[in-house]
Write a protein that binds this ligand. Structure first.
Ligand SMILES: *Cc1c(COP(=O)(O)O)cnc(C)c1O
Length: 425
C-alpha cells in the first residue's frame, strides 16, 4: 500500500468507538466518523463504477474472510447449502472448505458445503460439471472466486446456473479487485447478487473486508438483502468498526480512481505474462497453461521436485513465493505447485524485461533445489535412514549450504545486487 494509506491507518480515529452506521450510532460524538464512513462508501461505489440506486456497500467487515461469513449468515439459515471452488483447485478456505468429513473452515460447520472443480485436462473451471452438481445439490449460494487460479471467471455462466436453481451468486473478488476496478478483467457486478472482497490485495488498501450488495426486491425471508447484510455485519457479528481501517480504505479507493492506479494494474498483468512466458520458454509447465491475471501457478510435477522445497530455497534467496496445492495433489505439506504473483515487484517499479530475469532466477533456484535435494537423499541413504526422501533431510542440507557452502549464498548475492540495481530510481 502507499505511504498515504499507511498514514491513514495510523490515524487517531482508531481511538473512537462508533457502533452502528452513519446517522445511527450507539455512541455519541461520531460526526467525523460518519463522514469518513460515508466517504468510504461513496468512493467504493465509484471505484467499481456502480450506481448507488442499484448497489449498496458495507465497509465495516474486518477482513475478507469475515465478510464472506457475514454474507452467508445474512442470506441463508444454518445448514443451508453453499457451493464454492475446491481449495485444492484454487478456491478459498472461506468458500466452505472441508476435507471429507473434517470441517476445516468453520463455514462448513455452520453450513453444508460441496465443492466444484477444475477440468483436470484444461485446468479451467468445469462449468458443465458445476451445473450438474448444482442441480443435484440445490445450494442456496454459489460462490464465484479464487485465490490460486490464473484464468478469468465466466460470471455469466455461473449466473445462468445459479438462476436456474434460484441460488444467490456471491462473487468473491479478493485477489483481483484492483484489476476489476481498473476495468482490465471482466466485472462480476452485472451478474452477482453480492460481491465481497478483501481490501489488502490488489486493491492496495488496508487489511479489511468489503461487501457490495444489489439493492432491490429480492428478499431473504427476514427482510431485504440490504437490511440482512447490514444487520449481519452489525450487530450480528461485530461491534465497533475499525475507523482507522475505514479511513485508510477511503484513501486507497481514492487512489483506485487515478490514472496511475490503472497504469499500475496494467503493468501487473503485463508482468505476470512476461513471467509466464519466461518460464514456459525455459521449459516449465503452468497450471492451465498460462495466465490472464496477476499470478502464475508453476506445475513442478514434470521436474521431480515440489513446491515446499522450492519455496524454502527461494526464501533463503530472499524471494517470496508460495507453495500451492494443485489438483491431484495428496499432500498440502509437499504440494506440487508454486504460486508467484507480480503485484509486489510491480509496485517496486519492475517491468516486463525484469520479470523475464525473475523467470531465469526462479529456474536457477529450481536447479539448486534439485541438486541439494539429490545431495540430501544421498546423505540420508548413506546414513541408513529409512525415508531418505523425507523433507527434513532436505531442510538440514540447505541450512548447511546457505550458511557454509556456496550454491544458495552465491545466488542470493547475485539476486540481491540485481534487485538493488533495478529498483534504484
Ligand atoms: C484472501 C482471500 C480471502 C480472505 O481475505 P482476508 O482479508 O485475508 O481475510 C477471501 N477470499 C479470497 C478469494 C481470497 O483470496
Amino acid at each position: 500500500m502507499s505511504p498515504a494509506v499507511l498514514e491513514a491507518l495510523g490515524d487517531v480515529v482508531q481511538n473512537k468507538s462508533s457502533e452502528g452506521y452513519p446517522g445511527a450510532r450507539y455512541h455519541s460524538c461520531c460526526a467525523n466518523i460518519d463522514e469518513i464512513e460515508q466517504l468510504c462508501q461513496t468512493r467504493a461505489l465509484k471505484a467499481f463504477n456502480l450506481d448507488p440506486a442499484e448497489w449498496g456497500v458495507n465497509v465495516q467487515p474486518m477482513s475478507g474472510s469475515n465478510a464472506n461469513l457475514y454474507v452467508y449468515s445474512a442470506l441463508i439459515e444454518c445448514h443451508d447449502r453453499i457451493m464454492g471452488l475446491d481449495l485444492a483447485h484454487g478456491g478459498h478456505l472461506t468458500h466452505g472448505y472441508r476435507k471429507g468429513k473434517k470441517k476445516i473452515s468453520m463455514v462448513s460447520k455452520y453450513f453444508e458445503t460441496l465443492p466444484y472443480y477444475l477440468d483436470s485436462k484444461t485446468g479451467i473451471i468445469d462449468y458443465d460439471h458445476l451445473e450438474t452438481l448444482a442441480e443435484q445439490y440445490q445450494p442456496r449460494i454459489i460462490v464465484a472466486g479464487t485465490s490460486a487460479y490464473s484464468r478469468l471467471i465466466d460470471y455469466g455462466r455461473i449466473k445462468q446456473i445459479s438462476s436456474k436453481i434460484g441460488a444467490y451468486l456471491m462473487s468473491d473478488i479478493s485477489h483481483i479487485s484492483g484489476l476489476i476496478a481498473a476495468g482490465l478483467v471482466p466485472s462480476p457486478f452485472g451478474h452477482s447478487d453480492i460481491v465481497t472482497s478483501s481490501t489488502a490485495k490488489l486493491l492496495q488498501g488496508p487489511r479489511g473486508g468489503i461487501i457490495f450488495y444489489r439493492k432491490g426486491p429480492k428478499h431473504t425471508g427476514i427482510g431485504s438483502v440490504e437490511d440482512a447484510i447490514n444487520a449481519s455485519v452489525f450487530p450480528g457479528h461485530q461491534s465497533s468498526p475499525h475507523n482507522n481501517t475505514t479511513a485508510a480504505l477511503s484513501v486507497a479507493l481514492h487512489q483506485a480512481l487515478t490514472p496511475e492506479f490503472k497504469e499500475y494494474q496494467k503493468r501487473v498483468l503485463l508482468n505476470a505474462k512476461a513471467l509466464a512466458d519466461g518460464l514456459i520458454g525455459l521449459g516449465y509447465t503452468l497450471a492451465s497453461g498460462g495466465t490472464e491475471t496477476h499470478l502464475i501457478l508453476l506445475d513442478l510435477r514434470p521436474h521431480g521436485i515440489d513446491g515446499a522445497r522450492v519455496e524454502r530455497v527461494l526464501e533463503m534467496l530472499g524471494v517470496a513465493s508460495n507453495k500451492n496445492v494443485l489438483h491431484g495433489d495428496t499432500s498440502a505439506i509437499e504440494p506440487s505447485g508454486l504460486r508467484i504473483g507480480s503485484p509486489a515487484m510491480t509496485a517496486r517499479g519492475l517491468g516486463s524485461s525484469d520479470f523475464t530475469e525473475i523467470a531465469k532466477f526462479v529456474d536457477r533456484a529450481i536447479g539448486v533445489t534439485k541438486k541439494l535435494n539429490a545431495l540430501a537423499e544421498e546423505q540420508a541413504k548413506r546414513a541408513g535412514e529409512k525415508e531418505p526422501g523425507n523433507l527434513k533431510y532436505f531442510m538440514q542440507v540447505i541450512e548447511e549450504d546457505a550458511n557454509h557452502k556456496s550454491m544458495i549464498r552465491e545466488l542470493r548475492a547475485e539476486i540481491s545486487t540485481w534487485i538493488e540495481q533495478v529498483t534504484r530510481h
